[in-house]
Ligand binder design. Sequence first.
Ligand code: AMP
Length: 424
Amino acid sequence: MAGGRLKAPRGTFDVLPEDGRRRLALFNLCQALVAHSAGFEYVETPAFEDTELFARSVGGATDIVQKEMFTFEDKAGRSLTLRPEETASVCRAYVEHGMHKRPQPVRLWYWGSFFRHEAPQAGRYRQFTQVGAETIGSDDPAVDAEVIVLLAELLEQARCRAVRLRLSSLGSAATRREYRTELAAYLHSHASELAPAVRERIDANPLRAFDSQDEGTRGVMAEAPKLLDRLEDEDADHFAAVRALLDEVGLGYEVDPMLVRGLDYYTRTVFEFESAVLGAQAGLGGGGRYDHLVELLGGDATPAVGWAAGIERILLAADPDTTGHWGDAAPPRVYVAAAAESAAGRGFALVQELRREGVVAQLEQGGRSLKGQLRHADRLGARFAVILDGDAGMELKDMRTGEQRRVGSAAEIVNAADPEVSGP
Ligand code: AMP
């Protein structure tokens, strides 16, 4: 039965080869920078977790938990959720596997798919990809500064355009509790000027009012008391130390007291990188300190800091002139063509042999005539073509000069294809 055509689900996308190349190049950049150069270790966690993990860590009153989670029951009736972010999972794994016994801090990075049930638009998807880095087990401000500089470097090397960094501090959990009460009282006194959605959540999550795009609300928030002015001395010193280190390396930033970030678990430093070329969904990546999360998930009190950045947003913000050719597929060095059908098996074996010897080789698979095969070899940018005849003979054609000669063995082809012998 012929069926109708199916499409990828709403808010998801396929990665086609051109994009696939850019994504792999970006992955390689992350590996070079985050893993190799800065020494973070790669980890993976499951794509779904107990719903409880996110409810407890991200926060019951946040948009993510209230509206955006893909939650389902397994056959035993357990509530599971496709991960909307990774920090909670990494901390769960840290506790579950006793990573506090390793030398501290533990420095981890990840890359993977995340899921949020949001209204899709440019740069906002229901399945998207994040790269992230977390340092668990140190409250040193140098660690905050290190991860911030690392993300700045990644965005720079990925050639993201018009990037700005916003930075703030949320202080300790106690300061934040007191401040929430103060802010809620202030919001109640201006309730009539606030957007209805903000008004409804004054008591549940007053800090989110800072994220509102509503004009009336923004006016109220500009005049609101700021958490940054309420920091305890220790937290203010910590923030000053982070800033001094960023100044030390000349990384520009704006201190923005309106920056609160959408998740409950943050303490002290928070930051966000944005690109002006992204439009409404400007966030490239962000993060902060989460000194109580490990404890909240059943571990010892363990300070930690990290970030996550959106791969699709980075690629949207990256300069297409300089990143369009990232990781271009390498042209084959040798294209193996067959002048007769009976040579197919020989060609198959020859390609495997060439590859084993380190020669990038491809085989005709399109059922073309010999002329069509050579045209295809040319289109792929092959430097040589091997033409197999119906008997045991082989000819090697230099695609650049057009010269063609008989060759007797694979070794002879390997030798001829060596750039030291035949040039690039
Ligand atoms: P967050 O922790 O929510 O700030 O997410 C970190 C980064 O992930 C954001 O700055 C975006 O680059 C990316 N991101 C978050 N949600 C989405 C989404 N729905 N679609 C695409 N990218 C996203």
